[in-house]
Design a protein around this ligand. Structure first.
Ligand SMILES: Cc1cn([C@H]2C[C@H](O)[C@@H](COP(=O)(O)OP(=O)(O)OP(=O)(O)O)O2)c(=O)[nH]c1=O
Length: 193
């Protein structure tokens, strides 16, 4: 059986994948994530996931299967990535209050040293409740917002902001597991069960 490589430094992606019947190594990519706001969000996340997977493939000399992902929050035509600082996190959370945004994750699966390259994406709609300024201040006084697209973590205290979701939960955390399982089964005859 081929080796599986998760091309991600995200502890969330590792945690999700570890729950399933798959053994994998982690090799991280060194790409610089640039997003062009003129692209569709689906195209942006697929392109970034693809770049991460390709970059890791270059570091591998076997026919390993490399899995990469990229997650963004998209609201009113704007990509809300990871906040640069507390002020940006505050601004993003104020925008998301009482609104519905989309979380997009792109997935790329590439068999290294072959021509097999698969990309796809998943969208989840997330509806936030009304966030009072004091809720936001309390939240950003901790460190949970750091390194999270959209400045919140649904798997943490950020769950308190979420009124409802439509679509995959694991997609919001950074790795849409049903989509991944479907692609692995269809194109690589691998099952996560
Ligand atoms: C919206 C949301 C995002 N996130 C995280 C998932 C991603 O790790 C992160 C978005 O950053 P990404 O650039 O997708 O990933 P990363 O930099 O953490 O890891 P790598 O590129 O090495 O794979 O935001 C949550 O953990 N919870 C949430 O509710």
């Amino acid at each position: 059986m081929e080796k599986i490589v998760l091309a991600s430094s995200s502890p969330r992606r590792k945690d999700i994948l570890q729950k399933y019947n798959i053994t994998f190594d982690i090799i991280t990519s060194d790409i610089i994530e640039n997003i062009d706001n003129n692209d569709l969000p689906s195209i942006s996340v697929m392109s970034l996931a693809f770049q991460k997977a390709i970059d890791v493939c270059k570091k591998i000399d076997s026919e390993s299967i490399v899995i990469a992902a990229d997650t963004i929050v998209y609201f009113k035509g704007e990509v809300l990535g990871k906040p640069k600082n507390k002020d940006e996190a505050r601004e993003i959370l104020r925008k998301l209050s009482e609104q519905t945004h989309s979380v997009y994750t792109g997935i790329a699966i590439i068999k290294a040293n072959t021509n097999k390259k698969i990309v796809d994406y998943c969208e989840t709609k997330v509806k936030f409740r009304r966030l009072e300024d004091e809720d936001i201040e309390k939240y950003i006084s901790g460190s949970e917002y750091v390194d999270k697209a959209g400045s919140y973590a649904i798997q943490g205290k950020g769950a308190l902001f979420v009124e409802s979701i439509e679509g995959s939960y694991s997609n919001v955390v950074g790795l849409p597991i049903v989509k991944l399982d479907t692609l692995l089964k269809k194109y690589f005859k691998i099952t996560l069960m």
